[in-house]
Design a protein around this ligand. Structure first.
Ligand SMILES: Nc1ncnc2c1ncn2[C@@H]1O[C@H](COP(=O)(O)OP(=O)(O)O)[C@@H](O)[C@H]1O
Ligand SMILES: [Mg+2]
Length: 404
């Protein structure tokens, strides 16, 4: 062995050789994995007398020793072989079998969430990392599968944000920013995502609301939201959509259902990047309301709180928000937002609780203002309130008597 002496440090000339040796070993191991994958694809596993446990050992238990490049290659091998994925994740295998045997599971949101979570766990074991949005300040990440495609969005609790973001948030809370009008509990942000998702149970079946579930990943708590493919942010299609000026009845009914949903949850951050639209032959065919963590305010906004209410109901600037509520929209409100149905839904939402003391999220002023918005919507349906969605947004500061 040869060493050079430089002040305070020993540098070994042999070191690069060790790396090369490691690389060679890694390549050998990767070749073994590739061949194992081929044997599995040809269904010859039993012939070579390798058990499924052996395959799991081979792929998962040595993973820590691989370089990032090596791990990426393993993921490519696994991504190309479903049978291998099933061996590596018995959970995924079971869920896929359930989906195959029961057609209702294909679209069942809870089952879909389970499948994506199993895919995420497998990808994580194989070294797949989450992708932080921007500088990661908002706490939003993309979760990817072994094939590198996005599976879900993960949004963490305020308590799990970077300390710098937490300080900024504190100032936003005490100033007249959005946070000052929302529940200050550290878990409320991601639980509001869950609550907003559950609002679809009130009948918003025309909307393409992405399923969400509270989920702990590692030490963090957050909301896991399914990734919706094939959509664009409203910001990208807004100009063309707005300039059209005339809309089909289907479009008006769909868009109004989105307006009703958004008014109901009261999201303070519904700017045009926070709804995803799918356009088909120039017409809107699907809407996904996303980023609902600023929903269910606990206080009414006021004109001085310019920054807090600037982004609330931003769709009020769209031409289509000037079209009066259609008979279908009114019937939707009358049939779905009844006192009984709302009360039953609120009671069900008790299961979404803030802490170990089981404090339901939807309580106090948050609940009172929710009921007020329901009352306003019902007034619209009965012809006593706003005639158009845009007009309704002008009444957002008007406090209605709680009907609860
Ligand atoms: N469910 C989803 N399906 C597809 N894309 C999504 C989904 N949720 C978010 N996105 C994309 O990620 C971006 C950021 O997500 P968002 O929830 O708005 O986080 P942030 O709080 O950082 O604004 C969105 O503008 C959208 O382009
Ligand atoms: Mg957003």
């Amino acid at each position: 062995m040869h060493f050079n002496i430089i002040p305070g440090k020993w540098i070994s000339h042999d070191k690069p050789k060790v790396n090369e040796q490691q690389k060679k070993l890694e390549n050998l191991h990767l070749e073994l994995l590739e061949n194992t994958s081929k044997i599995i694809a040809m269904q010859h596993l039993s012939e070579v007398k390798v058990s499924e446990d052996g395959v799991r050992d081979l792929f998962l238990n040595y993973n820590g020793a691989f370089s990032e490049e090596g791990k990426a290659r393993i993921r490519v091998i696994v991504a190309g072989n479903k049978e291998l994925q099933n061996i590596l994740s018995p959970d995924l295998k079971r869920l896929r079998a359930e989906k195959r045997d029961d057609a209702t599971k294909v679209l069942d949101p809870e089952h879909k969430l389970n499948r994506k979570i199993a895919k995420m766990k497998l990808a994580t074991k194989l070294g797949q990392k989450m992708e932080y949005l921007g500088k990661g300040c908002s706490g939003t990440r993309f979760i990817k599968g072994v094939n590198g495609k996005k599976l879900a969005i993960y949004k963490v609790s305020h308590a799990d944000l970077k300390w710098t973001t937490r300080i900024i948030n504190f100032f936003k809370y005490i100033s007249l920013g959005q946070l000052g009008f929302l529940n200050p509990d550290k878990k409320s942000n991601y639980l509001c995502e869950v609550l907003a998702y559950r609002a679809q149970e009130l009948g918003f079946s025309a909307l393409n609301i992405a399923p969400v579930r509270e989920l702990q990943i590692g030490k963090e708590n957050g909301a896991f939201m399914l990734f919706k493919k094939g959509h664009q942010e409203l910001r990208e299609v807004q100009e063309e959509f707005n300039s059209r000026g005339n809309y089909t009845d289907e479009e008006v009914n769909l868009v109004q259902q989105f307006f009703i949903y958004d008014y109901l949850i009261g999201n303070l951050d519904r700017h045009n990047e926070n709804s995803l639209w799918k356009m088909k032959e120039g017409k809107v065919s699907s809407i996904v309301p996303i980023d609902n963590e600023h929903s269910f305010p606990v206080r009414l906004t006021h004109p001085l709180a310019y920054f807090a209410e600037r982004n609330q109901y931003c769709w009020r600037h769209l031409e289509i928000s000037d079209i009066p509520f259609t008979e279908e929209s009114k019937a939707f409100i009358t049939n779905n937002l009844t006192v009984d149905k709302i009360d039953a839904w609120v009671a069900k939402m008790e299961s979404i609780a803030l802490d170990s003391k089981d404090k339901p999220l939807l309580r106090g002023d948050m609940r009172k203002f929710f009921y007020s918005r329901v009352a306003q919507l019902r007034d619209c349906a009965q012809g006593n309130g706003a005639k158009t969605p845009r007009e309704l947004t002008h009444q957002r500061r008007k406090l209605h008597e709680s009907v609860s």
